[in-house]
Design a protein around this ligand. Sequence first.
Ligand SMILES: Cc1cc2nc3c(=O)[nH]c(=O)nc-3n(C[C@H](O)[C@H](O)[C@H](O)COP(=O)(O)OP(=O)(O)OC[C@H]3O[C@@H](n4cnc5c(N)ncnc54)[C@H](O)[C@@H]3O)c2cc1C
Length: 363
Amino acid sequence: MRFKVPFSDKKEFLKLSFKLRNFPDDEIKALKDKTVMEFIEEHTSSKVSKNIFIIASDCYAVYDHHYVGAQDYVELSKKSFRGKGVSYPIGGCSAIPKAYSEILEATGNTIMTNQAVEKILLEGNKAIGVVLANGNQVMAEKIISNVNWKVMHGTLLSKDAFPTALGGKIENLKHSHSSLVAHIALKKPLIKKKFVMRASDFTNEDAHQMRLKGEKVTDVGGFIPIVSNIDPNLAPPGKQLVCIGLDGRFEFDYDKNVFEELALSFVQELAEKKVNIRNYVEWIHILLPKDLEALFGEKGSVIGLAQILGQVRDNRIECKTPIEHLYHCGDDSGTGLFGVGTELAALSGQHCAKLILTDERIL
Ligand SMILES: Cc1cc2nc3c(=O)[nH]c(=O)nc-3n(C[C@H](O)[C@H](O)[C@H](O)COP(=O)(O)OP(=O)(O)OC[C@H]3O[C@@H](n4cnc5c(N)ncnc54)[C@H](O)[C@@H]3O)c2cc1C
């Protein structure tokens, strides 16, 4: 953490950090109808301190803090300040499905990849199989879908497959914003830190409004894991890989070169030695919201469902669907769960497994 601000602001920041670390559990529950912005306004008055906590929310929720729920924010912050911090699966996020795949294959199951499902087959109110894009049918006793709810309900299933209330809820689900992502490979390690949350006087919304007016954004908060410092397998020996993620909106037409300049300026700030970072760049790979949409759909949304009031905790859609033998898991399902991104998707998988085992009377 590096501060270039007056001591009074530092003190305010540390005061709220300490408070978050020790926030009583019953008081966290009482925040269920509050937004992050309301919480921050109530707990700190310094503009700098407010901005740091806002940017922390914007980085994890990738959505406007005026709508994001305070309960999850405070509980996640409490966990972080208590030492859980930010974690990264060695081998990258894909290490998680790979580990599950190994278990499935070792227990006699078949895994088919690159096989798009076009339809879920129903017999009355029971799911009995899927139709693949190549026309083949795969029949199954249980189906667990991992695609987002809007695709599941409306493409893989007809829109009248679920009761009207659930169908309406799915239609109205809001996804998180997208992201501007830069991967920067350096010819040698120039940054010592593992993970940086960059703070700024400008919130993501300020930056977005500036871009809409045609102004250049040179200072904004962001999420900067120096991934090869966390997992050395991610770069050849003696090199360094840095990732930069900033809030991005699907509807906005970003200029790749402008973002590249901004990303390089952030890397320059972090370089330990007084070097010109540009002389050490091996390659840069940029992904804009349109690229993320092409890869993952959902208008390039980075963390799936927006963690806003009305869509979190008890308002999340349950993994067990109203259709018999049809379940859902992923970052957007599992009533009562909380967390973010990959961790939330993994929790949903465990939650879904418990529901199936309960239905099968194994638990
Ligand atoms: C750029 C970016 C940065 C991110 N950074 C972080 C981060 O730092 N930390 C974090 O925790 N999370 C991060 N996330 C979010 C994280 O990746 C997701 O929350 C997580 O992958 C969600 O898992 P899931 O299983 O719900 O869905 P997904 O991982 O989206 O899996 C859904 C799967 O379904 C497949 N599929 C879709 N349609 C069909 C079909 N018709 N037939 C068959 N298969 C289909 C897709 O190909 C995909 O493999 C990031 C996401 C992005 C895009």
